[in-house]
Design a binder for this molecule. Sequence first.
Ligand SMILES: *Cc1c(COP(=O)(O)O)cnc(C)c1O
Length: 396
Amino acid sequence: MTEDSKKHGFATRLSHAGRAGTHVHGFVNPAVHRGSTVLFPNVAARREGAKHRFEQYMTYGTQGGPTHYAFEDVIAEIEGGTHALIVGTGLAAVAVPLLAYLKAGDHCLMPDSCYGPARNLCDGLLKGWGIETTYYDPCIDAAGLAALFRPSTKVLYTESPGSHTFEVQDVPALAEVAHAKGARLLMDNTWGIHHFKPFEKGVDVSIQALTKYVGGHSDVLLGSVTVNTEEDWKIVRGAASLLGQYASPDDVWLGLRGVRTMAVRLQRQAASGLEVARWLEARPEVQQVLHPALPSHPQHALWKRDFTGACSLFGVVFQPRYTVDDVGRFIDALQLFGIGASWGGYESLAILTTGNVTRTAGSGEFGGPMARIHVGLEEPADLIADLEQGLAKLRG
Ligand SMILES: *Cc1c(COP(=O)(O)O)cnc(C)c1O
């Protein structure tokens, strides 16, 4: 991020970061540079090594090309970091830094509310390689968390708010504990997007599933890993190269296309999401709505302190008198909400979460059956009318 760009508002920067300039004949957008082979003018030039713009040895296409560079600039701008790496999925963006910072004999602290496939990676491959994971309650205090550290703890991981249960964590406090113990703080910042500035809050490595609001149209999978120091860049970029991580330039181009309109989409979806969440919260069938921007959310004060806004993904806990089957009938009855997992697109979604989330550190107990709602760009009044007829089916 340049000093100049910091002066401008977020929507302005989203519109101007990573633009092609005039070297593509004046066209506004960069071209899709598909490429495996990179040619050198002579043997000496290849021996010396063509330099990637981050002074890395450029051998061929796996290090990315001009389409990637433009997108990396936009993501670094959003996250407020120095370097962003683009990979093929959000899950790859979770996996690369975990593999980069952990080795056999190391220990990792993961929140109980982390994205399910991140847990599967820890309990699967990482465990098999001799890397141990302890899951901590996302609402644990700093002293309790510090007590879970071992000399071998190299990574403290956070995802705030947590997947499905939306616990907001005190990230600056986590950073303080991690750094005092000599560990890195890795954060999955997908929900916060640009509303949470990870590097201002002490995070070392920020992960985004760009598949969500950045892509925004449910037609592309992408992820990013952003860092704020040269040292972290060498570690993360190095691991990604060893693992052969790469994103298709066609997908990257779709990501660039999506991100240009993200500020307005997100503003609209956030407002609609809050309207729908408030309506649901007032319904007698609902015990609790898990949305950090609602004053009733247990960590609303933390959210207000650390975030500048919300997205349109939240949880709904129904009264314990209803069963999982009742909630299933409610979801099946919805006409405007698709039953699908990958959120952040222009369309609304609803899924049943009870029975779908693993918790082993005692968090996420709410009593009633749960669903997760993603609010898209439809008119909120239409969505509310749809939910109202769905609730009639829930009641039987
Ligand atoms: C969706 C998601 C991911 C994974 O992203 P994909 O692109 O689907 O692999 C990671 N973290 C969070 C919080 C997510 O919601």
